[in-house]
Write a protein that binds this ligand. Sequence first.
Ligand SMILES: Nc1ncnc2c1ncn2[C@@H]1O[C@H](COP(=O)(O)OP(=O)(O)O)[C@@H](O)[C@H]1O
Ligand SMILES: [Mg+2]
Length: 288
Amino acid sequence: MAVITICSAKGAPGVTTTALLLAALWPRPVLLVDADPAGGDVALRMSDPAGQPLDPARGLLTLLPLARRALSPQSLFDHAQTVAGGTPVLAGLAGPEQAGAVGALWQNLATAFGDAATDVIVDAGRMHSTSVHLPLARYADVLVTVVRAEVGAVMHVREQQRALGPLLQRPDGRFPRVGLLVVHDVRDLAGAAEAAETVRSAVSWVEPVGQIADDAQAAGMFAGRPIRRPERSMLVRSGRQVVQDLLHRLPAQPGAAMPVVGSGTWSGPGASPNRRSARRQPGRQVVR
Ligand SMILES: Nc1ncnc2c1ncn2[C@@H]1O[C@H](COP(=O)(O)OP(=O)(O)O)[C@@H](O)[C@H]1O
Ligand SMILES: [Mg+2]
């Protein structure tokens, strides 16, 4: 199925928040992989559907010993945990030391994500031409860079894309599609469009894939701060549009099966949320 890798060039424009948002709104079965080499955040920020903390040590780290050989598609789900809202998540690594030790296994992980029974959204953190986890960019169907519409940030993305582009070619000669997602105030569509155009005009293969609302209050629900009526927030509304845009850029897919997650059964992103716990739990709030 499809792999969407989300990254940044510099700073913290909102990669993790955007990855969690898109996964929560994704209309097909999806696995979220926290693959930021600087250290995973998702398991630390999100709780499980019962409001209990996730186990930050269970995820990529426990999967790695298996990744020395070809990973079976089910093994990704055996090491995943379900977060509030129903998204299965592979928790990330502790930090750069662990990420560096993964070495050649990043390639095996990238292959396994492409072979997964569901779509996979990868939070890749910062990505540049010398990144240890470059295979996660190269073997994505779409590599999306998140950027704020600020002059310095846009310039850094332009340089990131120039350096990264040629390295994204796979042995069969193909490339991932390369998208740019601008986090910006939705009242300033022109500002977001100008930022995207600045990059696209310099790096021809970059495709603008829309705008995510700069909405600090709603973004807080992915950091343990629930809000009322999240579906009305600009963040969620903008996220829905980006999901549609991304789906149009993916190869046509047959219907996905729903694998079993970890020791429990995957409630699935389409499962109907318990309204009472929906008020308490971040992420679960993002209702379709
Ligand atoms: N769309 C957004 N609007 C407003 N604030 C955001 C948005 N996305 C992220 N943030 C905030 O920016 C900070 C960094 O977000 P995070 O997702 O962790 O970024 P990254 O993964 O790029 O480091 C957090 O405080 C988060 O709440
Ligand atoms: Mg992050």
